[in-house]
Design a protein around this ligand. Structure first.
Ligand code: BG6
Length: 477
């Protein structure tokens, strides 16, 4: 069989601390913003409401992330299962609040650092390369409530101290890093990635764009520290990518699609990968009434410390129709018009593997840097039988089609480093805070209230992905 993936291709899986670890107040950990975000289908509506201010209210809400899947205590068992699947790498994030509980301390919490020492050692003992996200929707709550989140420039120095601490501690052992998870998701969800509420500026373009600028400076500082710590480190940006289509050949829809690609997909990566604001930034700021506070030295830092690769998540495409009343893509997280050529997941996310091939070509053409798909997958309702066996052919089909699209993009000439499907073990979902939206190859016996044994069971897709990895992507049957 002809090998379609390069030797050394990084097959693996991805999680984030706040969605798997639990143990939200153990061993000195402080509260992060996600610890104060209720679970349930109305999660995004709650955090987007005008009075939301991260006040915990257990009398009204549940907080599934507090327990997660208890990966904090069970990571050895989980990583052993990843090894059994043949993972070459494991993408996870470090909870900032385990290291600096409120974000402002001058000394790190040694217990938190020791935890990740052990996670990293476990990965390496299994021959699994850790891929670490510095910040996955996890700002310390204190920095959100007392500083107003990322729009406040002072946050940069606190992030820098956190980044330096972990890069210096783990940087000789861990070669692959990423700065901010889905940094551009703030277009739709500034409360997650910039810690902005309606009260502190979630709907105000000025706050959002200033928060991004501060994150770009912080990201470049992290890149600088990483390379100074160990020149072998490769550190990437991480964006959410949704290939955008014009609904039809009406030039106005084509133009709107171009603008959507710039303002959503490219704005952040253009700065992080090319080291400068793109040519269209000024007109974008003007149209939104934004005036950025750019301090002397910011742009030189951003220019000098660009990322080594483009990490991105891909779940769906979007379709742009600005010229007519169009049926909206109900449930598509990133909105847009309904695309009549696509089917959708149980949660309404439109499934589009061809869009992934297009996106890979678009990103590589634009940045000419290696690409890394660090999230992709199907959130679905799994129905285990009495032996907890899950026949998840729907998930296998989804992944097969996307891996096939990756192989085609590689044939097109794209340089792709690796693939870490999201939620390789079932976890708490980000947008709805549910367990029932499952992505994993491994079933976790917990319900939406985090009741259950927490036991792990291998799904049918576990064995399928094992075969995919063993054949380096040649056997997708
Ligand atoms: C990405 C996030 O947007 O999508 C993850 O980086 C998230 O944190 C994933 O879990 C899937 O989204 P959801 O809402 O299905 O969990």
């Amino acid at each position: 069989m002809k090998e379609r993936f390069p030797q050394g291709f990084m097959w693996g899986g991805a999680t984030a601390a706040n969605q798997v670890e639990g143990a939200y107040n153990e061993d000195g950990k402080g509260l992060s913003i996600v610890d104060a975000i209720p679970g349930g289908k109305s999660r995004l509506a709650i955090v987007s409401s005008p009075d939301f201010d991260f006040t915990l209210d257990p009398s009204r809400y549940t907080y599934p992330n507090h327990k997660g899947i208890d990966h904090y205590h069970r990571f050895r068992e989980d990583i052993a299962l990843f090894k059994e699947m043949g993972f070459k790498c494991y993408r996870f994030s470090i909870a900032w609040t385990r290291i600096y509980p409120n974000g402002v301390e001058k000394q790190p919490n040694e217990a938190g650092l020791r935890h990740y020492d052990e996670v990293i050692a476990t990965c390496l003992a299994h021959g699994i390369e850790p891929v670490i996200t510095l910040s996955h929707y996890e700002m310390p709550l204190h920095l959100a409530t007392e500083f107003g989140g990322w729009k406040n420039r002072e946050v940069i120095e606190h992030f820098e101290r956190f980044a330096r601490t972990v890069l210096e501690r783990y940087g000789q052992k861990v070669k692959y890093w990423m700065t901010f998870n889905e940094i551009n998701s703030a277009v739709h969800f500034p409360m997650m990635s910039q810690s902005l509420t309606v009260k502190t500026g979630a709907l105000d373009p000025q706050a959002k764009f200033q928060a991004w600028h501060n994150q770009f400076v912080a990201s470049s500082m992290a890149v600088k520290i990483a390379h100074e710590t160990n020149p072998a480190i490769q550190i990437g940006c991480m964006i959410i990518y949704a290939t955008a289509y014009a609904f039809d050949c009406n030039p106005l829809n084509q133009l709107a699609t171009l603008k959507e690609m710039q303002s959503f997909n490219f704005y952040c990566a253009d700065v992080q990968a090319k080291g400068d604001y793109p040519y269209y930034a000024k007109s974008l700021w003007k149209s939104l009434g934004v005036t950025l506070d750019i301090q002397p030295g910011d742009m030189a830092l951003i220019k000098a410390h660009t990322v080594d690769y483009i990490g991105f998540s891909y779940y769906m495409s979007t379709t742009i129709n600005k010229t007519a009343e169009a049926e909206s893509a109900q449930g598509n997280l990133l909105g847009g018009a309904r695309n009549p050529f696509l089917e959708a997941s149980d949660w309404g996310w439109e499934i589009d593997p061809v869009g992934l091939r297009i996106g890979l070509n678009q990103l590589y053409d634009r940045y000419q840097k290696p690409l890394f798909i660090v999230e992709n997958g199907l959130g679905a309702i799994d129905k285990p039988d009495e032996n907890f066996r899950v026949e998840d052919d729907y998930r296998i089909n989804y992944l097969r089609q996307h891996i096939e699209a990756m192989a085609e993009a590689i044939d097109d000439g794209v340089e792709l480093m690796g693939y870490t499907p999201w939620g390789c073990i079932d976890l708490v979902s980000m947008s709805t805070g549910e367990m029932s939206k499952r992505y994993g190859f491994i079933y976790v016996d917990l319900d939406d209230t985090i009741s259950g044994t927490g036991n792990r069971y291998k799904k049918k897709s576990f064995y399928w992905y094992q075969k995919v990895i063993a054949s380096n992507g040649s056997d997708l049957s």
